[in-house]
Write a protein that binds this ligand. Structure first.
Ligand code: URA
Length: 234
């Protein structure tokens, strides 16, 4: 693999930066300075040091995106922009897909990966991975309706939702809801079941992963080693 590609794939820098940093002597391969950024590296064997730090090569890519409105959670779509369109060309998108779905107008935490086994683990209903959403609703949510939402409501197609948790803000028009399943439009349908309506929805947590508050809408970054470990891949 070319050194610049390797540095981009491991999240060290962009391809243009790689060129400059290699030229400035900021990179070594097995203890010697490469002549240029198109030199070859063997990701499994070679030891690459980037700006004084050993580069860890991963088999899979894990990206956290702060999803803005107006993008669909798909890899391609004939009419709509997809969450993958938010990643720059320098990210190798081969095999990447959004892990789970957020509606076009839902914001917040989206995991994008090419690790099918982990995605399956996180999305399998058997594993009850919890998702926390910040919401706003049209009508103040009464205690009774909050209790109904927590106990389980009929969202159609003979489906009663599993227990949820709600923490309401003062004013009862917003708060946080935690669910550990992921039916289509689930939270919107839950609020409709109690004659209310979601007017804003943002995913804040997905299992152990928390939305990085320093990411603006539409921004992304690679997961840290700690975040990847926290996902508990079996
Ligand atoms: N529930 C919804 O209704 N929409 C989402 O995007 C996620 C959960």
């Amino acid at each position: 693999m070319r050194l610049d590609k390797f540095l981009v794939a491991t999240g060290c820098c962009s391809r243009t930066e790689a060129k400059k940093i290699v030229r400035a002597g900021g990179v070594s391969i097995n203890g010697r300075a490469p002549k240029s950024s198109d030199e070859k590296v063997d990701p499994e064997r070679d030891e690459v040091i980037f700006c004084g730090k050993k580069v860890i090569y991963r088999e899979f890519t894990y990206i956290m995106l702060n999803k803005p409105e107006g993008y669909v959670s798909a890899t391609e779509d004939n009419r709509e922009r997809t969450v993958l369109d938010l990643l720059p060309d320098e990210v190798n998108k081969t095999g990447l897909f959004p892990c789970g779905r957020l509606d076009k107008n839902t914001l917040g935490l989206m995991l994008i990966t090419d690790d099918g086994d982990l995605a399956h683990q996180l999305l399998s209903p058997k594993n009850h991975v919890s998702k926390v959403y910040g919401f706003r609703c049209r009508e103040p949510l009464s205690d009774n309706d909050a209790e109904r939402l927590c106990a389980g409501v009929d969202i159609g197609e003979d489906y009663i939702t599993k227990p949820a948790k709600i923490a309401l803000d003062d004013g009862r028009l917003s708060g946080k809801i935690t669910i550990d399943e992921g039916k289509y439009h689930q939270i919107k349908r839950m609020f409709e079941a109690v004659d209310n309506k979601i007017t804003y929805l943002e995913r804040l947590e997905f299992g152990a992963l928390k939305l990085d508050g320093s990411l603006e809408r539409g921004q992304w970054r690679y997961l840290t080693d700690g975040e990847i470990a926290s996902l508990g891949k079996k």
